[in-house]
Design a protein around this ligand. Structure first.
Ligand SMILES: NC(=O)c1ccc[n+]([C@@H]2O[C@H](COP(=O)([O-])OP(=O)(O)OC[C@H]3O[C@@H](n4cnc5c(N)ncnc54)[C@H](OP(=O)(O)O)[C@@H]3O)[C@@H](O)[C@H]2O)c1
Length: 211
């Protein structure tokens, strides 16, 4: 796939390393004049209309406060798939929106499929998610566009996450709260940024898997 990352910070560069290792072509769209380096093997383009032209997937990884403006400026073509990895921390979600994904969807326009994903896992875990014991970080994926959601689940699984299809965009506020929950455990709870949530199943005493 050709994947455009919007931004070149912690999230975008870690995902780029992972995507390149898995054979994808990666382009990072950065604001003109940005001094941030991009990982070897990735292309760099200036943010603006056409920056994501021809991409199979676009992943948004800029601060939420500027995200709507950045998305509008991209002028994504009809049929694009935009993955929102942002979290609306430190700034209120503007009315009448109830969650960050809704703000991003409005900025992208009705012809763009928006997907919430990659927002609940700390940047430290995005480049090489799998743990030494084989466990994979849980990565919920939400979107009202079922094919786009499926594509992102498949991509995330292939990158080493335990991707979970959680259904429509109505789940977005919970995914944004899940990032806060991770922060609660990591910072208030003292578990640190290297903490990652995985899903283990308790064996059913009768021997059959339980759900
Ligand atoms: N860090 C995490 O562990 C983590 C995990 C999951 C989700 N997230 C979310 O992912 C998003 C990115 O986080 P991050 O940690 O990668 O941030 P970061 O390291 O601070 O990088 C932010 C990127 O956004 C760009 N940017 C800032 N203002 C901009 C503007 N006005 N126009 C265009 N580009 C702009 C920066 O460009 P310059 O180089 O020009 O400054 C930089 O490339 C945030 O919404 C965050 O909540 C973060």
């Amino acid at each position: 796939m050709l994947i455009t990352l919007v931004g070149a910070g912690s999230v975008a560069t870690a995902l780029t390393v992972n995507l390149l290792r898995h054979g994808h072509a990666v382009r990072l769209a950065v604001r003109p004049g940005s001094k941030r380096p991009v990982p070897d093997g990735a292309a760099r383009v200036d943010l603006g209309p056409g920056a994501a032209q021809g991409s199979d997937l676009v992943i948004l990884a800029v601060p939420f406060a500027v995200a709507a403006h950045v998305v509008s400026d991209l002028a994504l073509p009809s049929g694009s798939v935009l993955v929102d990895a942002t979290n609306p921390f430190g700034v209120p979600v503007p009315e009448p929106h109830l969650h960050g994904l809704s703000v991003i969807a409005a900025a992208a326009g009705p012809e763009v499929a928006v997907v919430k994903a990659f927002n609940v896992v700390g940047a430290e875990h995005l480049a090489a998610p799998q743990l030494p014991d084989g466990a994979r970080p849980v990565l919920p994926v939400a979107s009202d566009d079922a094919p786009a959601r499926r594509a992102v689940v498949d991509l995330a699984d292939s990158l080493g996450f335990h991707a979970v299809d959680v259904g429509g965009a109505a789940a977005a506020p919970l995914l944004e709260d899940a990032a806060r929950y991770w922060g609660l455990l990591a910072f208030s709870g003292g578990l640190g940024r290297r903490m990652v949530l995985v899903a283990h199943q308790r064996p059913d005493p009768a021997g059959s898997p339980s759900r």
